[in-house]
Design a protein around this ligand. Structure first.
Ligand SMILES: [Zn+2]
Length: 103
């Protein structure tokens, strides 16, 4: 069956249109992902991962710890422990931590 040129032209423009729609959808999905990430961060930032109460940042031995007064959890920021380990102070510092933060 011969293809009517105007039909193939229509097909071409429809394909372009569909491609454009797909791109828009992808972009909006990516944006939604970013917004969800942002919302999650706003919701959870400085809240205890165990009980959900507010965390308070305390500093001891030059290490910052996010401490939960509600459940007694203490949480290190990324890299804090690694830095201590590099300095070779880990036993000393972690031992002191245990004494201070233990309930
Ligand atoms: Zn807690």
């Amino acid at each position: 069956m011969p293809v009517n040129p105007s039909d193939s032209e229509k097909e071409y423009f429809l394909k372009l249109e569909l491609e454009k729609l797909r791109k828009l959808q992808e972009e909006s999905a990516a944006r939604m992902k970013e917004e969800t990430k942002k919302k999650l961060k706003e919701l959870h930032w400085m809240n205890c991962p165990k009980c959900g109460m507010d965390l308070k940042e305390v500093e001891y031995q030059n290490v910052k710890v996010d401490y939960c007064g509600s459940c007694g959890g203490s949480f290190f920021d990324a890299g804090e422990i690694e830095q201590r380990l590099k300095l070779g102070e880990e036993q000393n510092v972690l031992g002191k931590f245990l004494k201070v933060f233990k309930r």
